[in-house]
Design a protein around this ligand. Structure first.
Ligand SMILES: *Cc1c(COP(=O)(O)O)cnc(C)c1O
Length: 377
């Protein structure tokens, strides 16, 4: 069976977990491995501060808390995204204004954002789908003009860049995911990237159940007490140990995935020329991280036929998001601004192909071979 995903294992994960257990004797959050992961992220992404969280979902919830999002606030985001992008703000009572995607990249269409802004709008949440950047120059310029906050859901986008700058470092906050389906993983995990230093102190307090325990641990205060609202937004040191092994080898993982991505792209080019499928468009200035390789079929029914055909060949290819604006919760907690020109119709045609670290050339060739066979029959 060729799975859609295999969680990445790079080598030293077990050694580091054992080091945490037997040598460091430290298993809770922000231990030695957690500190190493944070330092790695700060150094490689050049963000002011990185905090490790139990998931990207939690990082988004922290961003909503840090911005004091409250009932009546409106948050703009694409409808084509994961539920957590919306839920984090719905939990604070906000109304979600969904916007259509640019079908060439499946990211929020920046041209449509301005029409969705009202006096109640507080923030724009952009999603870098498949690790391909949104047009951050245009979005940041617009956000500044309207004095809006920008959060980048960069769950899929670690080590992708836009005009050379890492994704997750343009907005006020960026959020990363280390879920097992992402390029760099620890099972469940995430990070909040803080790009404006004025939020760092409060973020550390929210993360530590509303206390100033982080300052206490650094010896800046002699006891810690309750300062603010908060929760337990910490990543276990066992997860951080696993994660650090992956971050140390991040470029090995990056290059391996890019190679697989390029192979798909090259091998599928004749089907693209015949107009049987279309493949991803990578805009000028975007360096992606090969998080995903998707194709689009001509219709939804061709897509279900090819999914069944590939399944018979033991190849798992999978659709992605159901648009949020038309979902049961999406209709209660939000609404679409403008017209659904592309979100639904493009989502119905999109199919993600197997892609994971260490995917052998022959396996990629095999998948492409069966896609070609499907169109021959
Ligand atoms: C994976 C993903 C999330 C959620 O990540 P978790 O770490 O599982 O909470 C959020 N947004 C996007 C765009 C994602 O791809």
């Amino acid at each position: 069976m060729i799975p859609f995903n295999k969680p990445c294992v790079i080598g030293k994960e077990i050694d580091y977990i054992q080091e945490a257990i037997h040598h460091n004797r430290k298993l809770s959050g922000n231990g030695p491995f957690g500190e190493k992961c944070k330092a790695w992220l700060e150094e490689h992404l050049l963000c002011q501060k990185a905090l490790l969280t139990p998931s990207c979902t939690h990082a988004l919830e922290m961003a909503a808390l840090l911005l004091n999002i409250k009932e009546g606030d409106e948050i703009i985001m694409p409808s084509y995204t994961f539920v957590s992008t919306a839920n984090a703000f719905v939990l604070r009572g906000a109304h979600i204004t969904f916007v259509d995607v640019d079908p060439t990249v499946m990211n929020i269409d920046p041209e449509l954002i301005e029409d969705a802004i009202t006096p109640r709008t507080k923030a724009i949440v952009v999603v870098h789908y498949a690790g391909v950047a949104c047009d951050m120059e245009q979005i940041m310029e617009m956000a500044e003009r309207h004095q809006l906050f920008v959060i980048e859901d960069a769950a899929q986008a670690l080590l992708s860049t836009y005009k050379g700058k890492p994704l997750g470092t343009f907005g006020h906050f960026g959020t990363l995911s280390f879920h097992e389906t992402k390029n760099y993983t620890c099972g469940e995990g995430g990070a909040l990237l803080i790009n404006d230093p004025k939020y760092v102190e409060r973020a550390e307090i929210l993360q530590e159940k509303g206390t100033n325990r982080s300052q206490f641990k650094r010896g800046q205060v002699d006891k810690y007490t309750w300062h603010d609202v908060g929760s337990s937004f910490l990543l276990s040191e066992l997860n951080a140990a696993y994660l650090y092994a992956q971050l140390e080898e991040a470029w090995t993982i990056f290059e391996d995935r890019i190679e697989t991505w390029n192979r798909y792209s090259e091998k599928l080019s004749s089907l693209v020329e015949e107009d049987l499928v279309s493949t991803q468009h990578i805009p000028e200035g975007c360096q992606h991280n090969a998080h995903m390789f998707y194709i689009k079929l001509r219709t939804e029914s061709v897509r279900s036929d090819i999914i069944s055909y590939l399944k018979e060949q033991d190849i798992m290819a999978v659709p992605h998001y159901e648009p949020l604006h038309s979902s049961q919760a999406g209709r209660v907690y939000g609404g679409l601004s403008g017209i659904d020109h592309f979100t639904t119709s493009e989502a119905e045609r999109l199919l993600r192909l197997p892609l994971y670290f260490g995917m052998e050339k022959e396996v990629v060739n095999h998948v492409v071979h069966h896609i070609e066979n499907f169109f021959k029959k």
